[in-house]
Write a protein of this length. Structure first.
Length: 328
């Protein structure tokens, strides 16, 4: 996707990039978006062809290395009794597997080091995927287009259903991961395969980034600096074509139970009320209504907030739900 500083949406992309680069959690290897290797300028004459070929090979090697490292981490999580155990069979108490969908810049392991063990300890079969790999950037995923990422989720859900012998999954997603399953259900036939969707600080109606899109106009060249960094950033801007299509005709689909867990201190998906859904079978939860002293912001809500974990468990098993309080 070729963007220009004159493109009307580019300032939003730049602002989103700035937020993601500065706010992304470090991966286990210590990598961050700002450490991605810069692309080298193109040369003229035959050296350009050699440089391009070398860059392509390098990109492929980087992608393979990143995917291998991510796969290794997933295997390690499974071998330690964590999750992504394809021999796990859902119990009578928890009859559906839970699929965890990370946010922009996250991955299948780091995003869920708190939530996955929490659910696993409570008897759930838990699975997580990497999606949205882009331009060979290792470990920081969710950067590719939402459409392509939804296709990856579609494939992963089918794999989990086949392994567990079940007909439906429950999905828990953070940030983009809370919105992405809605695209999968609406446009890729996932509606009949999902019982419940729990969105933690989801980008359901996009973000204004607390007005930062207006400030980016004052920084010449920033739009070009983030040109093509990540298609998903543009698609999560408030009023994007993708979100307009997603929400056209209503936020929800029949037969799916929806829970949205938001924090009023969210600095990434703003305003925070834009995360909430309207429609039947929707439970919109504000953390501060459960515990006024909870100060979790966007990342903390998805990574380690125990109230979020407890409320997620309630959403997955409403028949045995217990009130979520400051001491949960």
């Amino acid at each position: 996707m070729k963007l220009s500083w004159k493109h009307t949406r580019t300032p939003a992309v730049a602002a989103a990039a700035a937020i993601v680069i500065t706010a992304l959690p470090l991966t286990a290897s210590g990598a961050s978006a700002s450490e991605a290797p810069p692309s080298e300028p193109a040369s003229s004459n035959s050296a350009a062809s050699e440089s391009a070929a070398s860059a392509t090979a390098s990109s492929a090697d980087t992608r393979a290395s990143g995917q291998a490292e991510s796969a290794g981490k997933s295997e390690a999580a499974s071998s330690e009794g964590g999750w992504n155990d394809y021999k796990c069979k859902p119990s009578e108490e928890h009859p559906r597997p839970v699929v965890l969908v990370h946010g922009t810049g996250g991955n299948a392991v780091d995003n869920w080091l708190g939530m996955a063990p929490y659910l696993k300890e409570r008897g759930y079969c838990v699975f997580s995927l990497d999606y949205g790999q882009y331009k060979g950037i290792p470990l920081l995923h969710g950067l590719g287009s939402v459409e392509d990422s939804a296709a990856q989720l579609d494939e992963f859900v089918d794999k989990v259903l086949e392994a567990t012998g079940t007909g439906k999954v429950d999905i828990v997603g953070h940030s983009q991961g809370g919105m992405l399953p809605r695209y999968y259900m609406k446009f890729l036939g996932g509606q009949d395969k999902v019982n419940a969707l729990v969105g933690i600080a989801p980008s359901n109606h996009g973000t204004t980034l607390n007005g930062l899109t207006k400030l980016v106009d004052l920084i010449p060249g920033l739009g070009d600096a983030v040109d093509g960094l990540a298609p998903s950033l543009l698609e999560q801007e408030e009023g994007s074509d993708l979100l307009n299509r997603l929400n056209e005709g209503g936020d929800t689909l029949p037969g799916v139970k929806y829970t949205v867990i938001a924090t009023k201190y969210d600095e990434v998906v703003t305003p925070y009320k834009s995360q909430f859904l309207q429609g039947p079978d929707v439970n919109n939860v504000l953390l501060q209504d459960l515990c006024p002293t909870d100060i979790s912001e966007h990342l903390a809500a998805g990574l380690f907030d125990k109230l979020v974990f407890h409320e997620t468990a309630n959403a997955l098993d409403p028949a045995n739900a217990e009130p979520t309080t400051c001491t949960s």
